[in-house]
Design a protein around this ligand. Structure first.
Ligand code: MN
Length: 292
């Protein structure tokens, strides 16, 4: 984890990503002490990457982007037209990411982010693998890496565990694609918060740090001690990004999909500064075990 950029998801600050929202979320991420901001690109067409690039340079902050595909643009669909719509949306998000100087596009890129009412079909899985391989070729040409987020069963029927993601990556077979693990989802689906990091090892490319209720870190049931020990053990150096949601900050396209109905915090600046300290303190503490 030494050298890992520590980041913050932009929905900590605002749900409205017009020019003012982009600029203020960058400034507040910087003020809270982070190195990096992750922008949700649920609607990449309308994201002003020029404004973002300039504000990021002014703040001296790096950036990544994430999204979860909608049902009508799902690359894991059996319907070729829906798959094509998904590929188009992903391509636009990738271009916006590259334009703002972003290094990684992550999240649920491989399917629609929602509660599915049936298991993934063989055709759907093959369609998803093919779409991600194509996107990875485009990403490589643009200097962006892809990371596929493992999420809980209510948000995907394809990648629910680290092992699911490793099997999927074998199918994709591309050096620009890695696994994205999130402690909130791991706390629901995995056996513990240690072994999945060891299993993914050098295939791990992105980490979300979220509490069991997605509020203040350290006030829920996620075993962060194990998670940070595991990240240190595998020598992880990729982004570590705080993700938290509250009904106090609403994005119609993301908050509703994720079921953010509760008000878990109101003071974004306090929440962000606390998370930045929490993550850096855990990294520093784990290092002392390895050093002595
Ligand atoms: Mn996440």
């Amino acid at each position: 984890m030494t050298g890992s950029p520590i980041g913050c998801h932009a929905l900590v600050w605002t749900g409205d990503f017009d020019a003012a929202g982009i600029t203020s979320s960058i400034d507040r991420t910087k003020a809270a002490g982070f190195d990096l901001i992750e922008f949700p690109l649920m609607e990449p067409e309308s994201f002003d990457s020029t404004v973002a690039r300039r504000a990021l340079q002014d703040a001296g902050l790096s950036a990544t982007a994430s999204l979860g595909l909608p049902e009508h643009a799902d690359v894991s669909s059996d319907d070729p037209e829906v798959v094509a719509a998904g590929a188009k949306l992903l391509r636009t998000a990738l271009e916006r990411t590259a334009e703002m100087g972003g290094t990684v596009l992550c999240g649920v890129l491989y399917g629609s982010m929602r509660k599915h009412l049936a298991p993934m079909s063989d055709r759907g899985r093959a369609n998803s693998i093919e779409a991600i391989h194509r996107l990875a070729d485009q990403a490589q040409a643009l200097g962006v890496r892809l990371s596929l987020e493992v999420v809980n069963r209510y948000e995907s029927n394809l990648l629910n565990t680290g092992r699911d993601a490793l099997r999927f990556l074998t199918g994709v077979d591309h050096p620009s694609v890695s696994v994205h693990l999130d402690t909130y989802h791991m706390n629901i689906e995995e056996s513990d918060l240690f072994q999945p990091f060891l299993d993914t090892g050098e295939r791990l490319g992105y980490v979300h740090i979220g509490e069991s209720h997605r509020g203040y870190l350290g006030t829920g049931s996620v075993d962060f001690d194990s998670a940070f020990r595991a990240l240190d053990r595998i020598g992880y150096t990729g982004p570590i990004v705080f993700e938290s949601f509250s009904s106090a900050v609403v994005s119609a396209t993301l908050s509703n999909t994720l079921g953010i109905w509760r008000n878990l915090w109101t003071d974004s600046d306090d929440l962000g500064a606390h998370a930045n300290r929490f993550i850096r303190d855990h990294i520093a503490a784990v290092r002392t075990i390895e050093l002595h």
